[in-house]
Write a protein that binds this ligand. Sequence first.
Ligand SMILES: *Cc1c(COP(=O)(O)O)cnc(C)c1O
Length: 229
Amino acid sequence: MDLECNLQKIKENISNAAKKVGRSPEDITLVAVTKTVDTDIINEALKLDIEHIGENKVQEIQRKYDQIEKDVKWHMIGHLQSNKVKYIIDKVDLVHSLDRKSLAKELNKRAKKNNKIVNALIQVNVAEEESKYGLKLEETIPFIESILDYDNIKIKGLMTMAPYAEDPEDIRYVFRDLKKLSENIKNKNYENVDMNYLSMGMTNDYEIAVEEGANIVRVGTGIFGKRNY
Ligand SMILES: *Cc1c(COP(=O)(O)O)cnc(C)c1O
């Protein structure tokens, strides 16, 4: 496995996908998904041009946080239990997985205690897969409206995970639907909400996600190789 080579390839693909639809590659943030990857290897990778890392477990963030030598932005991309918010509230820059009121309540409370504003994306389960977390498309606006008075949460956009597809063309609609939803939300001009980020696209489908408007892509396997659980 050659981290540098993998990373370069992915950046090149992102760049090509962006250009294909007239977008600027610099507008797209690559989050390197470091879940299950040892900190030695992460630190090695961070010598390259990586500024954002994504983890899906609170415990892993806690364990790795002090071992990471570079000042990177941490993204919480996995399901977040309310009772664990307190362990990461001071560590993460963006929570991608806000999907229910009880979590919003806890995030707001802990952010307030820490004198900070927590940035969050609403996770949407566009394809309505049983196995995945997230709100349905039509639940998203009512949900946002129900947490508008949580002053210590800043909603920055939407996140989705597409179903696995042999041919990622089959899931293009997922990214398209999320983009459409984000535009609908933007048009409502809620005070505490902006729709600056669309976090969508993983190793299998990031190019299509970029074509459909992703500006955060979350890539693990494509950089670090197959995970050992
Ligand atoms: C693991 C994970 C990724 C990265 O998946 P790869 O297929 O390895 O690129 C992206 N997003 C979330 C939410 C994940 O849990």
